[in-house]
Write a protein that binds this ligand. Structure first.
Ligand SMILES: *Cc1c(COP(=O)(O)O)cnc(C)c1O
Length: 355
């Protein structure tokens, strides 16, 4: 891929805020990667340009019919100042599966990874130093054709923006309280819940707002048909540690195939833990909490890494998990994943990619 580069002058470069002020997704780096697609021409005009606004027609199809897909991954700064990515091709291949489902054009994952590396080298000063902090990477694709007919658009924009983010757990690795929604659903088999398309997140906001109003951090989604089987927590996958095994819902078409989920399954199996991907009902979970056979619940995802669950609220009753404290397996997985991501531990799986 031929990439033209238009750099921000050294003197005009902005200062990265202190790690403690970063939060999540509030600041953006000096540059971004952009390329365009038209039916007939394919991808063209690959460019690294100063971060800035786009000019779009108000009739752009993304604004009306929501052809928008994205990915989320991170760059981590190691102790020796090397910068690492974690399984980046898995993200770009998943983006292609999202593209196919939404009738959008596929990208060349290897070429886009090269472009991302170039962008990261240019904005390397934006990768935070602090423990737990990282540079969040957001590849995105939108339909730009101006027109009001519902059909696959004839032009698209692909871009990558970068945002330095603080540690997800600045006050320590503490469990969160989760609200089980029996009123709203996230996705249904045959729909688009198994791809990262913008509309899924728009549809989830109301449930999250109501959960917060009740004092809960996130929503646990049940299946859309029986409102019985566990699907995901917010925008993370979910795991349950029973006496005998670690259990996570199967990829049955309505949950997002998380890369962290897959990494956790692989590592746990390597540690000799039995891992099952099978349907699990909310009733099974609650009775296992009651009987003491459910040891831990945690969520997995790029943003939060591993997020222990301390309590579930369902039909007006709160059920405390593991005495409301972080479990041993969640801690071990958190340390191992972060160790791999930041280059502090050996990488037997070949997941780490040096920039
Ligand atoms: C992105 C996402 C996840 C987590 O995927 P990772 O690849 O582990 O970051 C889980 N659920 C939903 C709905 C998501 O959008």
């Amino acid at each position: 891929m031929d990439i033209s580069v238009s750099r921000v002058d050294e003197a005009a470069r902005r200062q990265r805020p202190a790690d403690g002020e970063l939060g999540f997704g509030k600041y953006f780096t000096d540059h971004m990667f952009v390329m365009s697609w038209d039916r007939g021409r394919g991808w063209h005009d690959a460019r690294i340009v100063p971060f800035g606004d786009f000019s779009l027609s108000p009739a752009s199809m993304v604004l009306h019919y929501g052809q928008a897909i994205f990915e989320g991954l991170k760059a981590y700064r190691g102790d020796d100042d090397s910068i690492f990515l974690f399984r980046p091709l898995d993200n770009l291949n998943r983006m292609n599966r999202s593209a196919v489902r939404m009738c959008m054009p596929e990208i060349d994952p290897e070429a886009v990874l090269d472009a991302l590396r170039q962008l990261l080298r240019l904005d390397a000063a934006w990768v935070p130093q602090g423990r737990g902090a990282s540079l969040y990477i957001r590849p995105t694709m939108i339909a730009t054709e101006a027109g009001l007919g519902v059909k696959p658009a004839d032009s698209y924009l692909f871009f990558i923006i970068l945002s330095p983010v603080g540690a997800y757990y600045p006050e320590g690795f503490n469990p969160v309280k989760i609200f089980v929604s029996d009123k709203y659903v996230r996705a249904v088999r045959g729909g688009v819940g198994d791809v990262k398309t913008a509309g899924n997140y728009a549809a989830s906001i109301m449930a999250a707002v109501e959960a917060k109003e009740h004092g809960y951090t996130q929503v646990l989604w049940l299946d859309a048909i029986e409102r019985k089987y566990i699907e995901e927590i917010g925008t993370s996958n979910i795991f349950f540690l029973f006496d005998e095994s670690l259990v996570t819902p199967p990829l049955s078409g309505s949950i997002l195939p998380g890369i962290t989920r897959e990494s956790v399954i692989t590592m746990a199996r390597d540690w000799g833990i039995s891992v099952e991907e099978r349907p699990i009902s909310i009733d099974e979970v609650l009775s296992a909490i009651e009987s003491g056979t459910l040891k831990e619940i945690f969520a997995t995802g790029t943003a939060a890494v591993i997020s222990p669950v301390g309590a579930l609220s369902y039909k007006g009753r709160e059920h405390v998990v593991n005495g409301g404290v972080t479990g041993g397996l969640a801690s071990r997985l958190f340390d191992s994943l972060q160790g791999l991501q930041y280059g502090r531990l050996p990488d037997p799986y070949g997941w780490r990619v040096k920039v």
